[in-house]
Design a protein around this ligand. Structure first.
Ligand SMILES: CC(C)(COP(=O)(O)OP(=O)(O)OC[C@H]1O[C@@H](n2cnc3c(N)ncnc32)[C@H](O)[C@@H]1OP(=O)(O)O)[C@@H](O)C(=O)NCCC(=O)NCCS
Length: 162
């Protein structure tokens, strides 16, 4: 059985692993942990987790951490890949190899959406099947950066007509 819980500072090493998973989603272009740990995006996305405005969730199965999702705010001066606005956090999500396709990613994303009170953004590279998951969970394309699509999920969707 898979359970989902809040990520804490002790989960940082696992979240670092998951950051590498997100960057190396395409095995044909994978650069490896050493590359990403030396890349400025590593600290930008996951360094110092949990900052006061970070929010993260970890999925566990049989006592093992098998996936994580987190959101972090960026600024226009130092935007993330999927930056939309300073008041819209960007998310990262990954499930360990061997546990994908079992519904863990969807469960994590849904739990983060349910806990979130803001719009959410993300960046997904062309060809990543994760884009389908994001669309199904209400994210819509709002821009392009290089060979990636920026997607946004409006929190107001759930609010219904006012
Ligand atoms: C993307 C990811 C987090 C999804 O988590 P998961 O547990 O594998 O996904 P789920 O089992 O919950 O599947 C949910 C949906 O994701 C989509 N999906 C995810 N991976 C897919 C794949 N390899 N092929 C086809 N569809 C896929 C499908 O739409 C699926 O919906 P369905 O079951 O109705 O077909 C996981 O596959 C992963 O870590 N991938 C590598 C890292 C990555 O790409 N991160 C996102 C970067 S933007």
């Amino acid at each position: 059985m898979t359970t989902t819980r809040r990520a804490t500072a002790t989960d940082l090493p696992f979240l670092e692993e998951v950051f590498v998973i997100t960057m190396d989603w395409n095995p044909a272009n994978a650069k490896g942990a050493a590359h990403w740990r030396a890349d400025p995006t590593f600290q930008q996305y996951i360094g110092g987790f949990p900052r006061s405005t970070d929010f993260g969730l970890v999925a566990e199965r049989d006592g093992q951490t098998v996936g994580a999702v987190w959101s972090r705010y960026f600024t226009a001066e130092e935007p993330g890949y999927g930056f939309v606005a300073a008041d819209i956090p960007e998310i990262g999500i990954g499930v360990v190899e061997g546990r994908r396709g079992e519904g863990i990613g969807r469960a994590l994303l849904n739990a983060l959406i349910a806990a979130s009170t803001t719009d959410l953004s993300l960046s997904v590279e062309d060809g990543n099947p994760a884009e389908e998951l994001y669309r199904k969970q209400g994210f819509v394309p709002v821009g392009r950066v290089g060979n990636s699509t920026t997607m946004l999920r409006s929190e107001r969707r759930d609010a219904g007509p006012s």
